[in-house]
Unconditional design. Structure first.
Length: 376
C-alpha cells in the first residue's frame, strides 16, 4: 500500500520544536539542516527525522530549503548549517565538477553521515505518448537551473537511450518544485526525478495522468552509455511512488538520496551521536513517507556512496557490527581519491592564476582526468 508524504503542515515547518525527555550526549540542542525544496522527497524525510529527533532528544531543528545545489551547500560550507540533505551534488562537490569546477569552489572536504538507497527515473504525462526513451525525442523535458544533481542524471538517462539534450526540447525551470509541477501544468511532457515527490502524486491525479518510462536492466549498451556520463548508477525495479505499486512496477536506476552530509572537521563524537539517534529513532519516522523505511541503518550506513563516510559514523557502524574490512578499504580508497583531487586542484589554481575561466576549466579537466587515470 502506498503511503502519502508528510502533511503540508509538517513539510512547511521551518522550525521543528517538539518536547522530549532527554538529550543524546554530543547531539546539539539546536541544529540547522539544508534540504531540497518544500514538497520534495528530501525535505519531507528531513522533516520526519527532525520531528523524531525532537521527540526523542528535545532537539530544535531548523530546515532550510533550497532549490539549487549551491543553495544547499553554501550554508554548510560557511558554517551556517550543520548538516545538508543532498543528492549527487555531494559527489560533484568532492570531485570539483559542474558548478564546483569554478575557481571559488573546487573539491570540498565533505563526509557522508548516512545515505539511503533511492531510485530515479523519468515520469511523463500519460497523455504525452512517451513509452520508451526514444519517444522523448522532440518532447518537452523539464530541467532545473543550477541543479547539476538532477540534470546530470537526466543527461545520463538520455544517453542510455542514445539521446542528448539537443534531441529534446529542454525546458529550464528556476527550482526543483517548479520543474516537478510543470507536467501537471502542461508546461512539460517529462522530467527526471525520484518517485515520491509530492508533485508527482498530483500529476497522477490530474487529467494528464502519470507514466514511468522504462529503463531496461538488460540493455548492457544503454547502461554503458549512461555510466560514461555519471558512473554512480545501477538497475532497480521500483514499486514505491506515484503511479507505482507491486502490481505496476517500473525499471529505473538506483543511487543514494538523500545523503546526510557534514564537513570533514565536524566532531567525531557529534556525528557518532547523530547516527546513533538516526538509528534509535527509526521507529518514530519509518512510516512518515512511502520510501523513508529505507533509512534502516544497515542499508543507509554502508558504501558505495557518493563521498567518504565520516569517522564518527564509522565508529557507530562498527559497534553495531555493520562496518567490515571491505567497507573500510572502500572508504580509504575514496579518501585517497579526494585527497589527490584536492592536491591537483591546488596545483591547477597556482598554475592557472592568469587564465580566463574557459582556459582554467580546460586545465582543471586535464589535471582531474590525469589524477583519475593514476588511481585506476
Amino acid at each position: 500500500m502506498q503511503r502519502k508524504t508528510l502533511t503540508a503542515g509538517l513539510i512547511a515547518a521551518a522550525l521543528i520544536t517538539v518536547g522530549g525527555t532527554a538529550h543524546a550526549d554530543g547531539l546539539p540542542d539546536t541544529m540547522t539542516w539544508t534540504a531540497y525544496d518544500v514538497g520534495s522527497q528530501g525535505h519531507s524525510e528531513a522533516s520526519a527525522i527532525a520531528d523524531a529527533f525532537g521527540r526523542a532528544h528535545d532537539s530544535r531543528i531548523r530546515i532550510q530549503p533550497a532549490g539549487s545545489a549551491i543553495g544547499r551547500l553554501q550554508p554548510l560550507l560557511s558554517g551556517r548549517a550543520d548538516y545538508a540533505y543532498l543528492a549527487t551534488e555531494s559527489f560533484f562537490a568532492t570531485e570539483g565538477l559542474h558548478d564546483f569546477a569554478e575557481r571559488r569552489w573546487g573539491p570540498q572536504d565533505l563526509r557522508a553521515v548516512a545515505g539511503r538507497p533511492s531510485t530515479f527515473g523519468v515520469p511523463t504525462a500519460a497523455d504525452a505518448g512517451i513509452r520508451t526513451l526514444e519517444d522523448l525525442r522532440g518532447k518537452r523535458v523539464a530541467y532545473v537551473a543550477g541543479n547539476p544533481s538532477v540534470n546530470v542524471k537526466c543527461d545520463a538517462i538520455l544517453a542510455f537511450g542514445g539521446l542528448t539534450r539537443d534531441d529534446v526540447e529542454a525546458v529550464m525551470f528556476p527550482a526543483h518544485a517548479a520543474a516537478m509541477s510543470s507536467l501537471a501544468e502542461n508546461r512539460a511532457d517529462a522530467t527526471c526525478t525520484t518517485t515520491t515527490a509530492s508533485q508527482l502524486y498530483e500529476l497522477a491525479e490530474s487529467a494528464r495522468g502519470i507514466h514511468w518510462v522504462d529503463i531496461p536492466a538488460d540493455d548492457e549498451e544503454g547502461w554503458r552509455r549512461m555510466n560514461r556520463v555519471a558512473p554512480v548508477f545501477q538497475p532497480f525495479r521500483e514499486t514505491i511512488g506515484a503511479g507505482l505499486s507491486e502490481a505496476s512496477p517500473a525499471n529505473m536506476l538506483a543511487y543514494r538520496y538523500p545523503i546526510i552530509v557534514s564537513l570533514a572537521d565536524r566532531s567525531d563524537d557529534e556525528v557518532y551521536e547523530f547516527v546513533k539517534a538516526l538509528d534509535e529513532t527509526y521507529d518514530l519516522y519509518k512510516d512518515a513517507t512511502s520510501a523513508i523505511h529505507r533509512w534502516a541503518i544497515d542499508d543507509a550506513g554502508v558504501p558505495p556512496i557518493d563521498i567518504p563516510f565520516h569517522a564518527g559514523a564509522i565508529r557507530y557502524l562498527e559497534e553495531q557490527g555493520i562496518w567490515n574490512e571491505e567497507m573500510q578499504a572502500w572508504n580509504e580508497a575514496r579518501l585517497a581519491r579526494l585527497e589527490a583531487l584536492s592536491e591537483a586542484w591546488s596545483q591547477a589554481r597556482e598554475e592557472g592564476g592568469d587564465l580566463d575561466d574557459e582556459a582554467f576549466a580546460a586545465l582543471w579537466d586535464e589535471r582531474r582526468q590525469a589524477v583519475l587515470a593514476e588511481l585506476q
